[in-house]
Design a protein around this ligand. Structure first.
Ligand SMILES: Cc1cc2nc3c(=O)[nH]c(=O)nc-3n(C[C@H](O)[C@H](O)[C@H](O)COP(=O)(O)O)c2cc1C
Length: 366
């Protein structure tokens, strides 16, 4: 029996991967409380999952202003770079590849999480119908303030600096988080962007921030180490767009100019139904001229089929990677998977984080 392509090596931009299985970005809210830095448990958690062809880290705030939840890690301080260095070393020691997800939450935040209790920033001062986690519980997000046009160059510089930091921390590349209702998605989608400057209004204007961030990040490192995550048809965090096919056709056309490592799409509603206007997703996928990572609700057979038929070059798994450190081996052998425990997704320490057993550990315990 020949091995399905899903399990075979591939190259992704400048990276050589052992297989086409990607660990999707997964926020786990376990950074050190005093400095939002990752530490030993993060190195252990990611190293346990290093058999993924590629790991995309949890979203990591590019500046203090970019933070939206308690205990998410950053990539803007020396302590954070040092913490991440231990993570990348541990993953590389096991032969894995790891990119960091660069995150700015925009309006999905709370004043209690931000420097000096300031308001979250957004394209427009429209409060999202969403909640965030402030360390005690889920609370409605705060009323944001609209970014001034004159602040955009500073924002772009924040992405540049985070990219330099990622490089210094030993990552293999970066994924720009432009999905799930966070800052870049807020600029893309007209339900959150009612600006009247060069960054709002027409589709051309709404894709400008994404384009400028991608240009800055790929110039700071190299395009072959840069990927972008989009969720065209997702309403995650209360985001809406009146014509996602048109908006994201324009976005993909912009991305095509850079020779990026990959485009990573959340297909349909994030963590929900795989639904989109007929042919809409397929058209975006076909329009992108580089490697395509598919995500959202895939199981073993769907992933094998997607790669076999060329619908995807790689497939990212989220929840399955939380519960199965050796997911690649389990999929290869077609063995049962551990069930993720949603009570321990966000916050805590080792429980529900580094204590899910591998097949081998389960067998030796029996
Ligand atoms: C606990 C949890 C945390 C997540 N954190 C992130 C994140 O930091 N960045 C992101 O782009 N998506 C995040 N997602 C979405 C996942 O990457 C993925 O799109 C979703 O789980 C669907 O994939 P799946 O069906 O394989 O789980 C998160 C999902 C879960 C369940």
């Amino acid at each position: 029996m020949t091995l399905p392509r899903l399990f075979t090596p591939t190259s992704l931009g400048s990276l050589e991967l052992a297989n086409r299985i990607v660990m999707a970005p997964l926020t786990r809210n376990r950074a050190r409380a005093e400095d939002d830095a990752p530490y030993e448990i993060h190195a252990r958690y990611y190293a346990q999952r290093a058999s993924a062809g590629l790991i995309v880290t949890e979203g990591s705030q590019i500046t203090p202003e970019a933070k939206g939840y308690a205990w998410t890690p950053g990539i803007h301080s020396e302590a954070q770079i040092e913490g991440w260095k231990a993570v990348t070393d541990a993953v590389h020691a096991r032969g894995g590849k790891i990119v960091i997800q660069l995150w700015h939450v925009g309006r999905i935040s709370h004043t209690s999480l931000l420097p000096n209790g300031q308001a979250p920033v957004a394209p427009t001062a429209i409060t999202a119908e969403s909640r965030t986690y402030d360390g005690n519980g889920f609370v409605p997000v705060s009323q944001p303030r609209a970014l001034e046009t004159s602040e955009i160059p500073r924002l772009i510089e924040d992405y540049r600096q985070a990219t330099r930091n990622a490089r210094a921390a030993g990552f293999d590349g970066v994924e720009i988080h432009a999905a799930n209702g966070y800052l870049i998605d807020q600029f893309l989608k007209d339900g959150a962007n009612q600006r009247t400057d060069a960054y709002g209004g027409s589709v051309e204007n709404r894709v400008r921030l994404l384009d400028e961030v991608v240009a800055a990040v790929s110039e700071t490192w190299e395009p072959g180490r840069v990927g972008v995550r989009l969720s065209p048809f997702s309403n995650a965090n209360g985001i809406t767009d009146s014509d996602p096919v048109a908006t994201f056709t324009a976005a993909v056309d912009k991305l095509n100019a850079y020779g990026l490592a990959f485009l990573h799409l959340v297909e349909g509603q994030t963590g929900g139904p795989r639904e989109w206007p007929e042919g809409g997703l397929e058209a975006l996928r076909a329009r992108f001229n580089g490697s395509y990572i598919a995500n959202n609700g895939y199981d073993r057979q769907a992933a094998i089929d997607a790669v076999e038929t060329g619908k995807a070059d790689l497939v990212a798994f989220g929840k399955a990677f939380i519960a199965n450190p050796d997911l690649v081996e389990r999929l290869r052998q077609d063995t049962p998977l551990n069930t993720p425990d949603s009570d321990t997704f966000y916050g805590g320490t080792e429980k529900g984080y580094t204590d899910y057993p591998t097949l081998e550990e389960t067998a030796s315990a029996a």
